[in-house]
Ligand binder design. Structure first.
Ligand code: FAD
Length: 266
């Protein structure tokens, strides 16, 4: 008997821009609890059609191969069957162009276990939490906030989201709503290619930090005893911010070797 590895169905696809989408899926069976910030492997056979808005593959893939990649779960950690993902299309990539061709009702594979050590629940209670993101790097923070914001009233929680244009700021309405709803949560979008109407910050995340933005706006200095940093997204931003924080005595976090700097590159 040939059992298909497809075990989930697309329920909703929301295009944010031609290469950015929110994909909601429903697993066939309820799954184990996951921790906010963890990821699942999504998979499609290479025989699936690529999106019209992608580039042809350099080297053809065996159509019977199940292509799998990790994607961070955006949903709150209480979800067992419905999972949300925020996905960007790499036009020359193997899996993301096939995911972009999915529509509601189509089937796909999700792996059996959740993984990942980029987790808010490993930070000490009461520490301030700074979350820095570019692109789809915002995904784990939406899960952190949906899962944990009510449990951390004593922590200042700040999301700084960097993008080129206003329309690249995924989840900004949800983040603005959270800022209005929780006195300890602050949302700082910053654009490097903003139009004249933009009233917000206009620097890269790295430049904001180096210009003492956190100190001036929130009275937070880079102090590993007090403030934990999460950095997720573009590898260049991640490297620049990490280097800057290491200069203040920050240590990269690993569950076997705890630190105050949590890093995830996409
Ligand atoms: C822990 C983890 C969580 C992740 N979560 C997410 C998520 O929530 N959302 C999401 O969209 N992605 C996420 N990713 C990235 C995702 O797993 C894939 O790597 C991505 O979708 C590209 O897969 P692909 O098969 O289309 O491209 P591939 O065939 O794997 O890659 C094609 C080429 O594109 C390059 N490339 C990869 N990423 C980029 C990029 N951003 N810009 C330019 N070139 C690139 C690669 O170096 C490679 O050479 C995550 C990755 C990790 C490790």
């Amino acid at each position: 008997m040939n059992i298909s590895p497809y075990n989930a169905t697309v329920t909703e696809k929301i295009m944010i821009s031609p290469d950015l989408m929110i994909l909601r899926i429903e697993a066939d069976d309820p799954r184990d609890e996951f921790d906010a910030g963890q990821y699942l492997l999504l998979g499609l056979f290479a025989s699936e059609i690529r999106s019209k808005n992608s580039e042809p593959e350099d080297t053809p893939v065996n159509p019977e191969k199940l292509i799998q990649r990790p994607y961070t779960i955006v949903s709150a950690r209480t979800e067992r069957k419905q999972f949300e993902f925020f996905i960007s299309q790499i036009k020359s990539g193997k899996l993301s162009p096939r995911l972009f061709n999915l529509e509601p009702g189509r089937r796909l594979h999700i792996c059996s276990s959740n993984s990942g050590i980029f987790r808010l629940d490993e930070t000490p209670e009461g520490s301030d939490i700074i979350m820095l993101a570019t692109g789809t790097g915002i995904s784990p923070y939406i899960s952190f906030l949906r899962s944990h914001i009510v449990e951390r009233p004593e922590s200042k929680m700040i999301v700084i989201q960097g993008a080129r244009h206003r329309w690249d700021l995924g989840y900004n309405s949800e983040l603005e709503f959270l800022e209005q709803s929780y006195a300890n949560f602050f949302y700082v979008p910053t654009l490097t290619d903003a139009d004249d109407q933009w009233k917000g910050q206009r620097m890269s995340i790295e430049d904001l930090l180096k210009n003492d933005f956190l100190q001036n706006e929130f009275n937070i200095s880079p102090d590993p005893e007090r403030t934990h940093f999460f950095v997720c997204g573009n590898p260049e931003m991640v490297a620049n911010v990490s280097d800057w924080l290491l200069g203040f005595g920050y240590r990269k976090h690993h569950p076997d070797n705890p630190g105050e700097l949590y890093i995830e590159e996409f």
